[in-house]
Design a protein around this ligand. Structure first.
Ligand code: NAP
Length: 283
């Protein structure tokens, strides 16, 4: 008997996260606090502008304030850091998101490091990354946290599973590998120098694609019954997984769009509310 394919519906997961936030936001308003996320966009990259707009809209829909800083592409590293410091010092701002990538002449790492840990809701600082690796981060990177949230929502057990992650970027591949490991999966992290990639992916009970190449993961790479999470988002609404082909073998799979993307935004909102609550306790 053929079992039915499980489509991991990111919109449903995001809705359940946001539903819980609504109550917490109204409790904060009783003590005079409106959670506020500051987003910084440097330059005119159209995809980045779309992401920032989507995040701002998602905030507003839920009653989270969003402050948007649009800086010209000529902004220097020092000027960007000065803006971040102002946001660090502003008690009405609870989370800061610097949209990646910034123009090449800016030292992105230095700019990320300027974000105070209490406001690093996107988990981009070295300290936030290290806390996540240890397993006690307040704000792990949003996309890795979204991937874990999807598995939690669908009650997919991780313990003892072999998870294969394709990609090792500091915002995605590495932190999601650490989170899977902290949840007792056995993790293999692959990258552009990995040999026999398809053979390794075929060992995965769980496959996370974080490559940045459309339809990169092919059908023959997926072990029958595996769970496939596609973090990729490429031009033309394409993921890093060849969805139609890979869903033949997969037991469960995230679509693109409406998979990891909406959950990433919901996690960002959750982290902003978490940060506002922490501020309320210590002020
Ligand atoms: P990235 O920084 O470009 O990293 C890509 C990773 O893939 C690198 O580690 C690279 O290996 C590896 N890679 C490249 N070619 C490969 C190959 N042929 N075989 C095996 N590995 C290969 O990208 P990223 O920022 O992690 O993003 C990855 C994807 O996720 C993109 O599609 C991006 O749009 C998407 N994304 C989605 C969200 C969301 O909210 N859904 C958020 C962030 C990113 P090396 O390290 O060896 O170069």
């Amino acid at each position: 008997m053929e079992t039915e394919k499980l489509i991991l519906d990111g919109k449903q997961v995001a809705a359940s996260i946001k539903e819980k936030l609504a109550k917490r936001i109204s409790r904060l308003s009783e003590v005079g606090i409106v959670p506020c996320l500051a987003t910084i966009l440097v330059g005119e990259d159209p995809s980045s502008a779309t992401y920032v707009r989507m995040k701002g809209n998602a905030c507003r829909k839920l009653g989270i304030q969003s402050v948007r800083l649009d800086l010209p592409s000529s902004t220097t590293t020092a000027e960007l850091i000065a803006e971040i410091k102002k946001l660090n010092d502003d008690p009405n701002i609870h989370g800061i998101l610097l949209q990646h990538p910034v123009p090449h002449h800016i030292d992105e790492r230095e700019a990320f490091e300027a974000i105070r840990i209490e406001k690093d809701v996107d988990g981009v600082t070295t300290l936030g990354f290290a806390q996540n690796a240890f397993g006690f981060a307040d704000y792990p990177s949003c996309t890795p946290a979204a991937i874990l949230a999807i598995m939690e929502y669908y009650k997919i057990p991780l313990e003892g599973k072999h998870a294969v992650v394709i990609g090792r970027s500091p915002i995605l591949g590495k932190p999601v590998s650490a989170m899977l490991l902290n949840n007792n999966a056995t993790v293999t992290t692959c990258h552009s120098k990995t040999k026999n990639l398809a053979d390794i992916v075929r060992l995965g009970d769980i496959v996370v694609a974080a490559v940045g190449k459309p339809k990169f993961v092919q059908s023959g790479w997926i072990k029958p019954g595996a769970i496939v999470l596609d973090a990729g988002y490429n031009e033309g609404n394409l993921g890093d997984v060849d969805y139609d082909a890979c869903s033949q073998n997969a037991y469960a799979i995230t679509p693109v769009p409406a998979g990891v993307g909406p959950v990433t935004i919901a996690i960002l909102l959750k982290h902003t509310v978490d940060a506002a609550e922490k501020y309320a306790k210590r002020r």
